[in-house]
Design a protein around this ligand. Structure first.
Ligand SMILES: Cc1cc2nc3c(=O)[nH]c(=O)nc-3n(C[C@H](O)[C@H](O)[C@H](O)COP(=O)(O)O)c2cc1C
Ligand code: SF4
Length: 489
């Protein structure tokens, strides 16, 4: 495989006057609110919450630091809508999360001087188990059925497995090589053995999966109420990547209960969730979603599906559509034994957070054409819903170009904002030469993969001994970028 390396696009940094005249730094309506600029920081999980989903001082520091850069919109990380343990991921599934989330809102208000709209991304996900030790899998998890006995008997050319004691059959299956296992186990069992067991929205034999359409609208609505009470300006419904709602939208969703199959049925639950949220949300709460312009996986949605969903969502009254790409479990790399699969390790994952090594096209503006196609279709339908794109956006020239050409309404920059949260403000002040530019090599994403506190290689070893610097658990990295002060005072 050739190893590609791409130069970052020229910054084209504006003077202060040019920034003031730019579209990037002009206002844009977002539902009942107006964002001061078209600078958008998409959701990024930093692994800073407590194990029971509460806001910590480190969470406040993290979002406060993004607010220093005064983006038009800042989206808080994927936050669980259910009141169940989910590791150090924020949660919004109960009233008791309101005080912590309110502090987060107050911090961002204060640090941005009230210039940044704050949204929170709401997520539901199904269970995924770690890849099992094969010995344990065969001893404990595999349920030996008559089909296993028949397949084993056929493979061995011997009838003994048909009537042998279960332990003997189990033991023999455990000793099979890869080819034989592929004949004896079902594809799902093989997947559970090789990747770890993963629930799907099509597992309708499981009552809690069958009943998702009955429960999810209320669960999302309750979390949105919590967010509204905490003072957020809006919520972003997470309909993207590897999670429950994206799986309902997926072409792989073949549920036969009216919530799968043809596109209009796959859009049904996401629309019911939206309506339930809108019904409880105060009028001024911005409600939109993030979903995929292309799932990238075999048999998954392509941009024509995304255009269809975009029109449906816009017609239903969503306040914005934020477009991402890929990030699925279906093509994820096999995890090590004892680890869970991570949806950003396969081809679809690489499209979601593209690096400079991806291919000859490179990461910069890579996913904008998907968002642009959706925006074109929505405008052609006479709707004005703002569309946000992301993926390798890291220079003024790039961002302004997409806005001028009418490809996007907001420019989403996740990793560039992590590399330098002040980059928006530096551009606005005509100090673009001071911007610390993202290398797009995904050191941060590797930390996310290990559920380690996310930091950036460009600043996490700087000034470690300065007073007040908070460090990662291993003491080796600072948790937020060093402060910056404008030359212009
Ligand atoms: C550390 C990290 C955590 C992320 N967490 C989320 C998340 O919680 N929700 C989400 O929709 N996307 C998440 N993403 C994806 C980003 O929002 C964004 O779509 C992606 O990084 C591509 O944009 P970029 O090229 O500007 O970084 C994450 C990305 C990174 C690097
Ligand atoms: S760690 Fe690398 S990819 Fe991530 S924000 Fe920093 S420079 Fe960019």
């Amino acid at each position: 495989m050739p190893r590609h390396q791409h130069e970052r696009p020229a910054g084209g940094w504006p003077t202060r006057d040019e920034a003031a005249r730019s579209i990037l730094f002009s206002p844009c309506a977002l539902g009942a609110r107006v964002a001061r600029t078209r600078a958008w920081v998409p959701a990024m999980v930093p692994w800073r919450a407590t194990d029971d989903g509460h806001v910590t001082a480190d969470v406040l520091d993290w979002y406060g630091r993004f607010a220093d850069g005064r983006p038009g919109v800042l989206v808080v990380e994927a936050t669980g809508i259910r009141d169940v343990p989910s590791g150090p991921l924020l949660r919004a599934g109960d009233e008791r999360f309101v005080p912590g989330l309110s502090r987060l809102v107050e911090t961002v208000r204060a640090r941005s001087g009230g210039r940044t709209l704050l949204l929170i991304q709401l997520i539901d996900f199904l269970s995924i188990k770690r890849r099992p030790d094969p010995e344990k899998y065969f001893a404990r998890f595999l349920e030996v059925e008559s089909r296993h006995r028949a397949a084993l008997s056929e493979w061995l050319g011997d009838d003994w497995p048909l009537s042998a004691p279960e332990a003997e059959v189990r033991g023999r299956i455990a000793s099979l090589g890869e080819d034989a296992l592929a004949r004896v186990l079902s594809p799902r069992e093989l997947e559970s053995l090789r990747m770890g067991h993963r629930e799907r929205v099509t597992d309708v034999h499981l009552p809690h999966v069958r009943d998702l359409p009955r429960h999810l609208p209320d669960l999302f609505a309750r979390a949105a109420s919590v967010a509204a009470r905490a003072g957020f300006d809006g919520v972003e419904l997470h309909f993207a990547h590897a999670y429950t709602m994206a799986s309902f939208l997926s072409a792989l969703n073949v549920r036969e209960d009216g919530y799968g199959g043809p596109r209009e049925q796959r859009a049904r639950l996401p629309l019911e969730v939206f309506r339930a949220v809108r019904a409880v949300a105060p009028r001024e709460l911005v409600v939109g979603c993030r979903y995929l312009g292309d799932e990238v996986i075999e048999g998954g949605n392509r941009v024509d599906d995304a255009v269809y969903f975009g029109e449906r969502f816009a017609r239903a009254g969503m306040d914005f559509l934020s477009i991402s790409k890929g990030g699925k479990f279906e093509d994820a790399k096999q995890p090590k034994v004892g680890h869970a699969a991570y949806p950003y390790t396969g081809p679809s994952g690489h499209e979601c957070m593209p690096t400079v090594h991806i291919d000859e096209v490179g990461p910069f503006s890579r996913n904008v054409p998907l968002a642009a196609a959706i925006r074109r279709a929505i405008r052609a339908a006479g709707l004005s819903t703002p569309v946000i794109g992301a993926g390798g956006l890291c220079s003024f020239a790039q961002c302004e170009g997409h806005l001028v050409r009418g490809e996007l309404d907001f420019v989403g920059a996740a990793r560039q904002s992590l590399a330098d949260p002040d980059w928006w403000r530096k551009m606005e002040l005509g100090e673009g030469d001071a911007i610390r530019r993202c290398k797009m090599t995904n050191y941060c994403e590797a930390l996310d993969q290990q559920h380690k506190q996310v930091t950036c290689q460009l600043w996490d070893r700087e000034g470690l001994d300065e007073p007040g610097v908070t460090r990662s658990h291993d003491g080796k990295r600072r948790l937020v970028p060093p402060p910056w002060s404008p030359r212009s005072g």
